[in-house]
Design a protein around this ligand. Structure first.
Ligand code: SF4
Ligand code: SF4
Length: 229
């Protein structure tokens, strides 16, 4: 038990010791973009599969650290924050967000059903390519929406993110909050791109978490750690 805790502390302290975390994140996102540009859209699935061992440990790190769509959303968000200031992240009310966040699972199921019907030759190529065009349009619009709302595509529209998020149901290590260190400053809530109320939880078990670990990194009181469940 003691040894496991030490390992967990090592992951957290290693993360906290990274000086330029956003630079590392940007470099990895550029790697993801290069793979995407060179090998095409299907490469995304293979990269997600390659990161599964790490994802089984701490969650869908591909979304938080490598996804090129994440990179474009982060860039749009950076500009949005500069231009909109305190008005950033105010476009979508919380109640709408709570309902809209399930929409990406509907898209995921819709795509899966379409692929099966296509393979069974029940739907034709023209319908399949119309759906692909529609998905690309939704993705471009939702990335632009990230100018107003943090990671709008991840939160509401990304089918890959929806599939990757299911791994959160079985991960070995989770983000835990030490309430004796926490002073409820709310920084973790404000930096979370997925709008998870980290400061209200003892353990972050939200399946929408993209394992970016911004909350852990930014907590000024070291109250958050990545630990075995
Ligand atoms: S940032 Fe840290 S101290 Fe502040 S509310 Fe979150 S867990 Fe607590
Ligand atoms: S809970 Fe923490 S690790 Fe998960 S998405 Fe939010 S900031 Fe990132």
């Amino acid at each position: 038990m003691g040894i496991r805790l030490n390992k967990a502390e090592t992951i957290t302290s290693k993360l906290k010791n990274i000086k330029r975390i956003n630079t590392y994140r940007s470099v990895l996102q550029l790697v993801g973009l290069s793979i995407f540009m060179y090998f095409g859209m299907e490469s995304t699935i293979y990269v997600i599969l390659l990161t599964i061992p790490l994802a089984l440990l701490v969650g869908p790190v591909y979304c938080g650290w490598m996804c090129p769509r994440g990179m474009f959303q982060d860039l749009a968000g950076l500009m949005g924050r500069k231009v909109l200031g305190k008005r950033y992240n105010k476009l979508i009310p919380k109640e709408v967000h709570n309902r809209l966040r399930y929409f990406r699972y509907i898209i995921m199921i819709f795509v899966l059903v379409t692929v099966v019907l296509y393979e069974l030759q029940i739907v034709g190529e023209s319908l399949e390519s119309a759906i692909v065009d529609g998905l690309i349009a939704i993705m471009v619009i939702s990335i632009l929406l990230s100018f107003f709302v943090d990671r709008a595509a991840c939160k509401y529209f990304c089918k890959d993110g929806a599939a990757a998020s299911l791994i959160n149901l079985v991960i070995l290590k989770k983000i835990k909050r030490n309430s004796s260190l926490c002073d409820s400053c709310g920084i973790c809530d404000r930096v979370c791109p997925m709008w998870i109320n980290v400061s209200k939880k003892d353990v972050v078990e939200d399946k929408t978490c993209i394992s970016c670990f911004k909350c852990v990194y930014e907590c000024p009181r070291d109250a958050l750690s990545i630990e075995e469940d």
